[in-house]
Write a protein that binds this ligand. Structure first.
Ligand code: ADP
Ligand code: ZN
Length: 644
């Protein structure tokens, strides 16, 4: 069979998917040609398939290095559920269990072997692997090898030795971290021989990005959650106490929410995490300690109650939403006060170098939050990509563009106020002080410095204090004013600002938000064309199966699959095989149960009809070469299953 066709049939048979996602096929072909690969694809792009499919086609064993023990177990569960023999070795196993697994591996029963990087140093791997035929070494989260990455792990250094011991085995390094520097580190540390890395787009098309004012933040969060009942999501808070407060308040408002942060007992933490992953509790309030290694595909939303410290963190954290490709929403509540808090933290950092980097990153984050440009375009630009469209139709700035007005007069008021202060006192002042002069505040300081006698005193009655702060920050973004972090954040005119004062051109500014109490448009929840009642029934069934087997719900079926079922109303096993995410193994394990669910549902609500009757297709040819003893589908399905 032609290679492309063959790969697709493996994709369908083992994973139940019809199409490859971008770059998956190219990467797989490269790996099958025994070449080294570096793949940089964003979270949710489907990196795991890139080594899982070659492992099904190759004759020997694929080794996968993964840093997270919890994740390893999940991945092995997912593979086993799809009928693919996989196992892992790590420090969580008893000596007996280790011995048992080792024997299994040595007898060639295992296709995919997950190892933690520590294992490489511990075991006499080189010895053991002599007995094995290893076709591929996949290094997941490969950025952990670089000190320049955001998650350096010294254990990853052992991988260089692995390369030395097994020089003939091709390596595949996978990561979701994009910077040039980290990529170069991966290539040199692993000694990869590559022509060109595979770099995917960082555009997460199924995510919507919204930023709202933090004013009335809790009410906004509540409204957001209420339109998303039972959907799973994470709310990130800056501090542990913030997490506790929010979780308690949400519970008091009847929302099932649990806290997660490093201050909780280990047991409590892992219990909460489990409940979240198993869809037993929809909302997780967490510090950023939560999320690394959470592989839950149906996270439908990520809310940032507090401002993240840089764009990279924001991208990583929002990236945990919608890994299954379904529409998911990201909401950030922005306040200037949060930015100030971050600045104070930065001042406490040890080295001047660290402070400079952190400050610059924070300013970029603030700029991103306050900008009126497409959020998606801004994010992609941050990662060195250009977004070709004029509008993404899925961020607040594209969906409801901010009203602008001719802001030349207020801009001139601000600029001349900064100018007058300097002229009068010989020193510069901060943003709040300028706002106080403009709004005619009666403070001791203004009197003492004589700033209440300036010609710009009390000339700004058209806006309140927060309005003026908002406008001044826009002038900073327009580079008319500069805020000097090295001199107590005092405001200075830039050369452009001076020119502006002289030439008085027009300037469009965003209308500052209304005073407290102003409503923000409520965010609609994502809706799709499927039967919600059937979906709920299926979800309950999935939850039951998952608890029975002690695995996360998505190991049984993804949300995408359940929605597909709740749209197509399958009635035969043949129909089932048309469903996204159902391959031979899942058909056997759960086929009858699903059909029962659908039948029961239909008998109770006779109106349900398939959305479209898809013609049944012949099953792809079985890949006899695999030599994997697959469990046979159950009687009734058999005749259709065997294929040509
Ligand atoms: P990554 O490691 O890149 O973050 P994963 O490998 O965890 O992503 O995949 C994310 C989700 O996408 C998983 O649920 C996976 O089963 C699914 N997936 C991967 N490839 C495809 C595909 N070709 N079609 C449909 N779903 C896919
Ligand atoms: Zn946009």
């Amino acid at each position: 069979m032609e290679q492309g066709k063959r790969l697709k049939s493996v994709l369908k048979e083992f994973f139940g998917y019809d199409e490859f996602r971008p770059l998956q096929e190219e990467i797989i072909v490269e790996a099958l040609a025994k070449k080294d690969v570096l793949a940089v694809l964003p979270t949710g792009a489907g990196k795991s398939l890139c080594f899982q499919i070659p492992s099904l086609i190759n004759e020997g064993t694929t080794i996968v290095i993964s840093p997270l023990i919890a994740l390893m177990k999940d991945q092995v569960d997912v593979l086993s559920a799809n009928g693919i023999p996989a196992t892992f070795l790590n420090s969580s196993l008893s000596p007996d269990e280790l011995r048992r697994r080792r024997n299994q591996i040595l007898s060639g029963q295992i296709r995919i072997l997950y190892l933690s990087p520590e294992r490489i140093a511990l075991t006499q791997l080189a010895e053991e692997t002599k007995a094995l035929s290893i076709d591929l070494i996949a290094v997941d989260e490969a950025h952990c090898i670089s000190e320049w990455g955001h998650d350096f792990r010294p254990e990853y250094r052992h991988l260089a030795a692995l390369r030395r011991d097994l020089p003939q085995v091709p390596m595949m390094a996978l990561t979701a971290t994009a910077t040039e520097r980290v990529r170069a580190d991966i290539v040199s540390a692993l000694g990869l021989d590559i022509q060109q890395p595979f770099i995917g787009s960082f555009d997460r098309k199924n995510l919507t990005y919204r930023i709202d004012d933090k004013q009335n933040g809790f009410k906004k969060i509540l409204a957001f959650l209420e339109s998303r009942r039972d959907q799973s999501g994470i709310i990130y808070c800056h501090s542990r106490s913030g997490v506790e407060r929010l979780a308690t308040k949400l519970q008091q408002h009847g929302i099932q929410a649990l806290p997660y942060h490093a201050g909780l007992d280990r047991d409590v933490r892992s219990r909460h995490q489990d409940r979240f992953i198993r869809d037993e509790c929809p909302v997780m309030c967490a510090t950023i300690a939560f999320g690394m290694g959470i592989d839950k595909p149906n996270v439908r939303f990520v809310v940032h109650q507090d401002l993240p410290k840089n764009i990279e963190s924001y991208y990583q954290e929002t990236g945990r939403a919608g890994r299954d490709g379904l529409r998911s929403d990201c909401l950030l509540l922005y306040s200037v006060g949060d930015a100030t808090k971050h600045r104070l933290f930065i001042d406490e950092k040890a080295s001047a170098q660290e402070q400079t980097i952190a400050r610059e990153q924070l300013e970029q984050m603030i700029h991103f939050s306050e900008s009126d440009r497409c959020r998606r375009a801004l994010l992609l630009e941050y990662f060195g990509e250009t977004y070709p469209e004029a509008s993404c139709d899925s961020c607040d700035n594209c969906l409801d563009p901010k009203a602008t007005f001719d802001g030349s007069v207020p801009a001139l008021k601000v600029l001349s106020c900064i100018y007058r202060v300097y002229q009068h006192s010989g020193f510069a002042v901060g943003l709040n002080h300028i706002v106080e002069i403009l709004t005619g505040a009666k403070t001791e300081k203004l009197r003492r410095w004589g700033h209440d006698s300036l010609s710009t005193y009390n000339i700004g009655t058209e806006f309140g204090r927060s309005g003026w702060s908002h406008l001044i920050r826009q002038l900073i973004h327009h580079k008319l004013v500069q805020q000097d972090p090295n001199r107590f954040n005092t405001l200075h005119l830039t050369p452009q600002g001076t020119t502006f004062l002289r030439e008085k051109p027009k300037l469009a500014l965003i209308q500052p938000p209304q005073r407290p109490g102003s409503a923000s448009p409520s965010l609609p929840a994502s809706s799709d064309d499927f039967d919600p009642e059937l979906f709920d029934r299926l979800r309950t069934e999935r939850k039951r199966l998952a608890s029975e087997r002690g695995v996360p719900a998505y190991v049984i079926f993804s949300d995408v699959t359940l929605r597909h079922i709740a749209r197509a109303y399958p009635t035969t096993t043949e129909d089932l095989l048309e469903i996204h995410g159902i391959g031979a193994a899942k058909l056997k394990d759960y086929g009858e149960l699903i059909l029962d669910c659908v039948r029961e549902h239909q008998s109770q609500s006779p109106a349900s009809e398939p959305a479209a009757n898809s013609p049944s297709q012949r099953l792809p040819e079985r890949i006899s070469k695999l030599g994997i003893t697959k469990r046979r589908p159950q009687a009734g399905a058999q005749d259709r299953f065997v294929g040509p």
